[in-house]
Design a protein around this ligand. Sequence first.
Ligand code: ADP
Ligand code: MG
Length: 235
Amino acid sequence: MNNRDILAVSCRGLTKTYGAGETQVQALRGVDLEVYPGELLMLVGPSGCGKTTLISVIAGILDADDGDCVLYGRNLRQCSRNEIVVYRGQNVGFVFQAFNLVPTLSAAENTAIPLLINGIKMAEALARAQERLREVGLGGRENALPTQLSGGQQQRVAIARALVHNPRLVVCDEPTSALDHQTGRRVMEALKSLAIRQDRATIIVTHDARIFEFADRIAHMDDGRILDIEANHKH
Ligand code: ADP
Ligand code: MG
C-alpha cells in the first residue's frame, strides 16, 4: 500500500470511563474519527465533553477502555506500553494550553527535549532546536528562560518543541486560549506553516472561534461523541 493511502488516525468505537460507582464519568461513548495525512482538523465542543480525553488516547498518553486507535497503520491496542512510549516519542508532538515549559531550562533546551528523548546528542539537539526557534520567529531568544518570554513567545517555544523531531502527528490542546487575538493568530500561523505537510496530520482542540479559519475540517463533539464533521469551505 502506498504511504499516502494510510490514514494518519483512525479511531473506531473508542470508549473511556473514569472512576467507578456514583462518581463514574463516561468521557468517551464510542468515538469514530478519521484524520487524513496533510490535514489540520479542529475538535470543538463544550467543556467536559471529552476532547482532552480523546486526543490523549489518540496521542497514546491514555488507554481507552474499548475500541481501536490506529496511527499510520499501527494499532496502539496491539502494542505494549513500552512500544507505545517509543512510538509516541518518535511520531507524536504535543502543544498544551499552559505551554508546559520547564522553567529552569532555556528556550533552546526546552525545544531540544524530544530530540534528547530520541537519543540525539546534546550539541546536535541544541542546533536543531535553534533552527526550529528561528522558524517560529524566536531567533535570538534561544537562551531566554520561559519567565523572560511573553505568553505568545512561550507558546511558540512549545510549538518548536512539539515539531523539533518531525513528528507525523501533532496534537494541540487549546493552544491559543491563554493568548490575546493577535498573539493567537501568530501562534496559529507558526503552527500552520510548520505542521502542515503531506505526510503529517494536526489535531487542534479549541474553543476559539477566531482560529476556525485555519482548519481543513472541524469536528463537533458533545457528551463523549463526535456529532458531525464539517469541511471548511472558506479554505
Ligand atoms: P474536555 O477536554 O472536553 O473539557 P475532558 O476530556 O477533560 O473534557 O473530560 C471529559 C469528562 O471526563 C469530564 O466530565 C471530566 O470531568 C472527566 N474527567 C477527565 N479527566 C478525568 C480524570 N482523570 N478523572 C476523572 N474524571 C475525569
Ligand atoms: Mg480539555
